[in-house]
Each structure stands twice: as C-alpha cells, then as structure tokens.
Design a binder for this molecule. Structure first.
Ligand code: SF4
Length: 191
C-alpha cells in the first residue's frame, strides 16, 4: 500500500487527469443520479470510492477529499492529520517526525503538486476536517454541487437573455423564454 501511495504522488499528473475525467462523467450522469435519488446511490458510490482510493492513496474516507490540492498525497495519512503542511518536524531526507520510517505526507504532497497542471492549489489554505462527513462520498458531493451550479448558471443565463429583449418577450414570448424547458421536452422526467 505504501509503495502504491508513493507511486500515486510520482504520477500525480496522470491521476489529476483521471480525476478530471471521472468528475466530468459524474457531472454528466447528474440527471440519472437525480432520477434514482442521490441518497440511494450514496452508499454504493462510497463503497467504490473507499475501495479505489484505499488501494491507491490509503484513503481514510474523511469525506472532504483534498487529493487534487495535495499532489495526490492523502493528508489523513499524516500522523498529526494536518490539512496544511508540512509541520516543522520533518527529518533530514524528508522523513516524518512521528514515523521516521515513512516519508512525510506533506513533503510527498509538495513533490506531487509540482508535477500537476493545477499544482499551485497546494498553496491554498484548507479548512479543518468536518468529522460529520466521515465515510461519505466526496466524489458524489463534489459532482453534485458542480452539476447544481451548472444548472443554476444555465437558468441565470436564460433569464439574462430573456430580460435583454423585453419587446421580443412582449410580442413573441417563445423567442426569449424565461421558463426552463419542461422535462418532457428534454426527454426526461423530473427527479
Ligand atoms: S483526503 Fe480524505 S477522502 Fe481524500 S484520500 Fe484522504 S482520507 Fe480519502
């Protein structure tokens, strides 16, 4: 497991690319997920996430995944569970103060981030862990939030267009509609 963890940080750029692809797929699947019900798929998705990330990153399922900001090195493997690091106790050679046989999680994180396209995100300060989210799927939460933001942005854009053409709306409302497409017109039913 430890070796795979080291492999993941060495190939952080490839994992960043894979993560972005997975996120796109999950956002695209949002209409299906809403139809089934997010609460119903939470458990199976969390199980898959636990298995995949447990193998690759020694994931502890904190529920607020930071991998994309931490060079694909899971901060929950730091013995001090620091969400921002490294601390001041890194040993010579980049080893952990608490577990001297282990490379510092945060030294690996900065190394992994240096290989990533958006590696500068490691400079952003992360909030403390919210333990109420432990065990939940971070994949599902993030893709659900992004899909909801996309939907609101689309609806807001539609409203802006409609409000820019008051005369058109007065004379021929269908040319600048305010109302979203009904689900039936999009070949789906409301969740
Ligand atoms: S940051 Fe949290 S969700 Fe991400 S790999 Fe680590 S324990 Fe798992």
């Amino acid at each position: 497991m430890y070796r795979i963890r080291l492999f993941a940080t060495r190939h952080a750029r490839a994992f960043e690319w894979l993560y972005a692809g997975l996120e796109r797929v999950m956002i695209a699947a949002d209409p299906v997920f809403r139809r089934i019900g997010y609460q119903r798929i939470e458990r199976p998705v969390a199980l898959i996430e636990r298995a995949a990330k447990g193998l690759l990153f020694d994931c502890k399922m904190c529920g607020q995944c930071a991998l994309s900001s931490t060079g694909m090195s899971c901060p929950m493997n730091c013995p001090k569970t620091l969400r921002n690091g490294p601390c001041g106790g890194v040993r010579p050679g980049g080893y952990c103060e608490v577990k001297p046989q282990m490379k510092c999680v945060w030294v690996l994180a900065w190394d992994g981030a240096s290989r990533m396209k958006n590696g500068d995100r490691i400079g952003e300060v992360l909030p403390p862990v919210d333990h109420t989210l432990k065990g939940s799927s971070a994949w599902l939460r993030v893709s659900r939030e992004k899909a909801a933001n996309l939907r609101s942005a689309t609806e807001a854009a539609r409203t802006v267009v409609a409000q820019s053409f008051p005369a058109a709306r007065r004379n021929e409302p269908s040319t600048a509609p305010l109302a979203p497409e009904p689900p039936a017109a999009q070949g789906r039913t409301e969740a």
